[in-house]
Each structure stands twice: as C-alpha cells, then as structure tokens.
Design a protein around this ligand. Structure first.
Ligand code: NAD
Length: 500
C-alpha cells in the first residue's frame, strides 16, 4: 500500500482535503513509495490561522518554558537520529552516514536555540540623561514561514524553526514535496517534547502553497532555501507583500589550488566535496581552479580517487554515493557531461552510462570529471547539482581570484595552499559568504551564520547564529524617566528633547 504523508496543523495530522497529491519516489529503485498531500489555499490558511492562534500564548511564554521544550526536543532528536536518517535516505537517496551528518548539523542549531536566553539578553544604558535610562529589547515577529529544498530535508528546516520558535514566533514549514517525511517526524517529536499545538505546523505542496504563504497578511517573515530563480521570486514577492525575507539560492563553489598546496590533501578534499551526496549540496565544490603548472598532476590525483567511489543504494552500508533525486534531474545532469566536449572541455571521467545491478530503474549516474573547462561552457556556468566536477586552469593567483569573483554565485569557496599570506589575501579579496582555508566545505558552526553573497542569497540576513536571532526578532528601545518627586513638574517645553 502506498504511504500517504499529510499536513501537520494545530498539533495533529490533517489529511489533505484538496484531492491533489504528489508522488514521492525512492531514488534507488525509481518506485513511487509515497503520496504527499498538496495544500490548497484554504489548507494553507488553516495552518497560518493555527499558528496565529498559538502565537497569542507562545509569544508571551517565558524563556524558561521555551528552552525547556527545546532541551526535550534535543534529547528526542538525538535518540531518533537513525530513524530520521532512514527516512531521508528512503526519499532523498543519500547514504545513511551522510543523512546522519545532516541530522547532526541540524542538532547544532537546536543546541544554539536551547541557549537563546543568552542571545536575547537586552541592553540597558543607565543615566543617559538626568534620571533617564534606555533599554533595548528584541521581540518576536508573530507567524513566520520556512520554505525548504529537497537536498537537506531535516537540516535546512532546522536552520530555521528552532531559532524562530525559541525567539517566541510560531512557524509554518513548507518542506520539499520530493522528500516530505522527515519534516513530519520532526513535528511529532516537537509535540512529544511538549511544544504547544499550533506553534509548529507543516503544509506540503507546490507553488500554490508557497504563493499563498508569500501573500498571506498574517505571515510576518519568510525564510527560503532553494534554487536561485525561485529564491529571487520569493524575495521579490515576499518583499512586495511587506514581509521580512531571507532567500538563499544556488551555488557554484570554487576551490582554488595554489602551486604550493599539498596536492594529495587537495585531491582528497576535492573528491569528498564534489561527489559527497552525489554533488547535491549547495556547498559542494563543483569547480576546481588549478593555478600554474600543477593542473595535470592534480587532475590525475582526483581521477585516481574518484574512480574508486562506491556507488549504490543509500541503505547499503558499503555505498559511498547514492542516486540522484529524480529521473528528470539525472538526465539533466547527464546532459552537461554529454555536451562538455563540444564546448571545449576534456572529459576525463564520464559517469553518464552508470547503473547498479538489481536497481536498474534507480536514478543512477556515475562520477564525471571534466578538465580544461572553458568559462563559457554550460557545465561551468550553470549549477549542475550532480556528481560532475569541472577543473579550470589559470596562470596566477590573481587570475584565479578574478575568475571566481566573475561568477554570479558567491556561496562558499576554498583555497588550498601552504602560504599563510596568500590565504589571508584570499579571505579578504574573494566575493563569497563562506570561505575555507584548506577546508573544502566551510559550513559555519551553529553559533556563526550561514549564507552566501550575490545570486546565492537575496536579503540582508544569513541563517542561524546571531543573524538568525536578529531575523526572527524586531528591536524595541524603551526610554524611561523616573523623576524625583522633590523636583516638581518639569514644565512645558516645545523644543526637541535634548539630553542633559
Ligand atoms: P527549488 O528551488 O526547486 O525548491 C525549493 C522550494 O521551493 C521547495 O519547497 C519547492 O516546493 C519550492 N518551489 C519550487 N518551485 C517553486 C515555484 N515555482 N514557486 C514557488 N515555490 C517553488 O530547489 P530544490 O531543487 O528543492 O533544491 C536544490 C537547490 O537548493 C539548489 O539550487 C541548491 O543550491 C539550493 N540550496 C541552497 C542552499 C543554500 O544554503 N544556499 C542550501 C540547500 C540547497
């Protein structure tokens, strides 16, 4: 029997009433295993109404109440890591260890939210003028929304909701329709942790649900993570509708390898960061920029390592890389490799013909490595989001930095070198939001913030860290004067208030 994934509204499962469902596929077998309800406008409205109702009390709850729920949620999440990772593998296809890694990185943000009382400490200036004090506090916004991509079905929602609800907001999540089960399990664990009904809601669906959330008058802020064209649409529409918005988009992450780098370490890093999760990571390295004469040696070292990657179902502990999310996406990724030679690239490894015995209908693609890729090639210009690594050759450090800075994307980037001076220069000169020095995937820890530049992020705030707290709260400054009764009335003064 096909499993059905329903909405989670007001603390309980709500069956889809629109009659529209989307298919959820096991990428390893190609079989449709699940149907997910697609929300109508009315169902989205019901979720927002539940969140608005819950905000009346949750918005007034004490920090102690909120953090005690989050501590219990943290313990439950820890205890259910494997189960959530299995749900992810069954619908996304990534290998179990990788799915466990995503849960662990989401848990880091729950850790941060458990300590929200420290982040929400206000500021107080006493005696700014005679008997006048000024206090700055931050208060929640109300109902906030998260719209998330398929590639991290547990971690990306957890970049958002733990901080949002810790700050006193209520939340409506619209997860990816391609792998929706993990989000519902997280909702159940939040309920088990004692989160009041309506504080966290999940509506599934497509553009119909998203567009209603973007225009709903009771939604105060929107956090989005996904591809660049949709991020742009979300940012424009939500801003036009008067909402606070952060919209994280796609990426093309470069790794600059200087001639003095440890080439074995650089090759290990390039292979791990390019092909991990089959390249379906917004922080995947998809372009290696080799400086000077090291190109041939580096490409050979990458090829040797990449050829050994074991590809198979994510549920098989022997697999290092799983299938791609859909057949359509698999074919699109393959088309970049097929077209690369005609665009001037050298195809060192071509993974387009790969299949796995016994799983012939899975969305398989093998490892592809393209060398001497011109910057005009589509394989370089587009975010491929698959296991395809492009190597580009440049003569100097300056040429490499110029090439990277010319990319419209600016999510993550890395430099591999033994030269501290060059690494320092790179940190300052490169136009990207997250920089690694001999670290290929520089995803910041929970207490720093995650976000890109240029077409990789629309809006002013990165996610989590201090930026997260700032995004989910608004400032208020209170100026108080408690006159000494012996002073008598201050008298009327129509001049602009001055401090003295
Ligand atoms: P996507 O943009 O197709 O979908 C993201 C979300 O938007 C989903 O919930 C989807 O249902 C919704 N959506 C899709 N089309 C829509 C439309 N026309 N109108 C309104 N909503 C729509 O992204 P995806 O394929 O699920 O995820 C992969 C993309 O996400 C990649 O580009 C990747 O780089 C990016 N990503 C970025 C980050 C980051 O931090 N910058 C992190 C993870 C993924």
């Amino acid at each position: 029997m096909t499993k059905i994934v329903n909405h989670w509204i007001g603390g309980k499962t709500v069956e889809g009433a629109s009659g529209t469902y989307g298919p959820v596929t096991d990428p390893a077998t190609g079989a449709v295993t699940t149907k997910v309800a697609f929300a109508s406008v009315d169902e989205v409205d019901a979720a927002v109404a539940a969140a608005k109702d819950a905000y009346r009390t949750w918005g007034q709850s004490s920090l102690a109440q909120r953090t005690s729920v989050l501590f219990r949620f943290r313990a439950l999440l820890d205890a259910h890591r494997d189960e959530i990772a299995e749900l992810i593998t069954a619908e996304h296809g990534k290998v179990h260890s990788d799915a466990l890694g995503e849960v662990a990185r989401g848990l880091e943000i729950v850790d941060l939210a458990c300590g929200i009382n420290v982040q929400l400490k206000g500021e107080l200036s006493t005696q700014v003028a005679s008997r006048v004090d000024v206090a700055a506090i931050r208060q929640p916004l109300g109902v906030v929304v998260g719209i998330t991509p398929f590639n991290f079905p547990a971690m990306v929602p957890m970049w958002m909701f733990p901080i949002a609800i810790a700050c006193g907001n209520t939340f409506v999540l619209k997860p990816s329709e391609k792998d929706p089960s993990a989000s519902v399990r997280l909702a159940e664990l939040l309920a088990e942790a004692g989160l009041p009904d309506g504080v966290f809601n999940v509506v599934h669906g497509d553009k119909v649900a998203v567009d209603r959330l973007l225009e709903h008058p009771d939604v105060k802020a929107v956090s989005f993570v996904g591809s660049t064209p949709i991020a742009r649409h979300i940012h424009t529409t939500a801003s036009t509708n008067g909402k606070r918005v952060q919209a994280l988009g796609g990426a093309k992450n470069h790794m600059l390898v200087l001639p003095d780098a440890d080439l074995d370490a650089a090759a290990d890093a390039a292979v791990s960061a390019a092909y991990g999760s089959a390249g379906e990571r917004c922080m995947a390295i998809s372009a290696v920029v080799a400086v000077g004469s090291i190109g041939d040696e580096l490409v050979e070292k990458i090829r040797e390592r990449a050829e050994k990657i074991k590809i198979g179902p994510g549920s098989d502990p022997a697999s290092e890389m799983g299938p791609l999310i859909t057949k359509v996406h698999r074919d699109k990724v393959a088309s970049y490799v097929t077209g690369a030679a005609a665009e001037g690239a050298e195809v060192v490894l071509d993974g387009t013909g790969y299949t796995v015995d016994g799983f012939e209908d899975g969305h398989w693609i093998g490892i592809s490595l393209l060398d001497k890729v011109p910057t005009t090639a589509k394989a370089y210009q587009d975010e491929i989001f698959g296991p395809v690594l492009c190597v580009l050759r440049v003569d100097t450090y300056e040429d490499g930095v110029r090439l990277i800075n010319d990319s419209p994307f600016g999510n993550g980037t890395a430099i591999f070198t033994r030269d501290g001076g060059a690494a320092r220069r790179f940190q300052l000169e490169i136009e990207a939001g997250m920089v690694g020095v001999n670290v290929p995937i520089p995803v910041p820890v929970g207490y720093h913030s995650f976000g890109g530049w240029k077409d990789s992020l629309f809006g002013d705030h990165h996610v989590y860290g201090n930026d997260g707290t700032h995004f989910y709260t608004r400032g208020k400054v209170v100026t108080s004067r408690w006159p000494d009764p012996s002073e008598g009335p201050a008298g009327v003064d129509l001049g602009f208030p001055r401090n003295h």
